[in-house]
Design a protein around this ligand. Structure first.
Ligand SMILES: Cc1cc2nc3c(=O)[nH]c(=O)nc-3n(C[C@H](O)[C@H](O)[C@H](O)COP(=O)(O)OP(=O)(O)OC[C@H]3O[C@@H](n4cnc5c(N)ncnc54)[C@H](O)[C@@H]3O)c2cc1C
Length: 291
């Protein structure tokens, strides 16, 4: 099964990213949000792995439960930093046995304060190496990788980042999902540059609706995503008003998604942060609920 071949005809690919909750109440909210968003019949949902200190064991449990309970394609993320080969092998074998068809292959971030050598402590030190390993051992799995329209903070240069992205695709990745961004010209430029490098794998833009501007400032400081001046100005004006922030956040995301689709983006991948309201309103405004 391939998500692009199986998607709802005439609609852009639609996907939602969740993180594994850490508490029982978080788990209730996870299922509530997912159930509310299921009415959009996403082409897949994905569940992060270890991001922000999340419990890694929960990723596998949740993706299998999502496929079984909601009959949706669920894609686990998998990071290789600090992971032994045997752990990766048993997890991947388990996923194939559980009819998982897609996997997001990532390196992951070094724990804060750890030295660069920490990357070498696992079996693989990069997403390219992990991708090659998965492709060889599980030829039927479809593999997604991350990409960075505004360049990964560790990249030596924009050109080096692009060249390395090409290596990930050549190692066997089928598609890419971007880091979040708010300047759509960065997306177009990245896609044009990949084409110039002879790489044509679909690049799905990652959309991060703003519902809490302080939180987005923290995330962008960590991952290097730019916050354009026009965006900062709008949200600074309403920083004490969560209702107005949500309204502006929805309007900004609707405009961003419309423009991305006009620019030819093959789909939209929403970082939901396990909440349904903003994403649901954005998709309603875009008329992306299936008939
Ligand atoms: C859509 C998406 C989902 C994510 N999900 C998770 C998750 O579930 N869990 C989690 O912990 N993190 C997640 N992340 C964050 C990700 O782990 C970090 O961005 C991490 O710093 C890099 O991971 P990567 O797979 O892009 O690494 P890589 O692609 O291996 O490398 C990152 C960058 O380092 C440089 N680089 C690495 N190796 C080389 C090389 N050999 N030569 C030249 N340059 C090199 C390149 O600039 C490259 O873009 C996600 C990110 C995105 C965009």
């Amino acid at each position: 099964m391939d998500i692009f071949a199986a998607k709802i005809p005439g609609r852009p690919l639609l996907s939602f990213e969740f993180f594994p909750p850490k508490t029982p109440i978080g788990e209730v909210r996870f299922w509530e949000a997912l159930t509310l968003l299921a009415r959009f019949r996403p082409d897949f949902i994905s569940v992060t792995y270890g991001a922000g200190g999340g419990d890694r064991a929960n990723t596998g449990r949740l993706v299998c439960a999502v496929q079984e309970r909601l009959n949706l394609t669920a894609m686990p993320h998998l990071t290789c930093i600090g992971e032994e080969r045997t752990n990766l092998e048993s997890l991947l074998d388990h996923y194939e046995q559980q009819d998982i068809t897609h996997i997001m292959a990532l390196r992951g971030d070094r724990p804060p304060g750890s030295p660069p050598e920490a990357l070498a402590r696992g079996a693989f030190d990069s997403a390219a190496a992990l991708t090659a390993f998965i492709r060889k051992r599980h030829p039927r799995l479809r593999i997604g990788v991350a990409c960075y329209p505004e360049v990964h903070p560790e990249a030596a240069s924009r050109e080096a980042d692009l060249a390395y992205y090409r290596r990930k695709i050549e190692a066997g990745a089928d598609f890419a999902i971007t880091q979040f961004f708010y300047d759509n010209t960065a997306y177009t430029r990245f896609v044009d540059d990949t084409h110039a490098h002879g790489v044509t794998a679909p690049v799905i833009p990652g959309i991060m609706p703003v519902t809490d501007f302080k939180q987005i400032q923290r995330f962008s400081a960590l991952c290097g995503a730019e916050l354009p001046e026009w965006l900062v100005t709008q949200f600074e004006k309403v920083k004490e008003d969560p209702v107005a922030t949500l309204e502006i956040g929805v309007a900004v995301a609707v405009a961003q998604c419309r423009d991305l689709l006009d620019r030819g983006a093959p789909g939209l991948h929403f970082f939901t942060l396990n909440r349904a309201e903003a994403v649901g309103r954005i998709l309603d405004a875009l008329h992306l609920a299936p008939a």
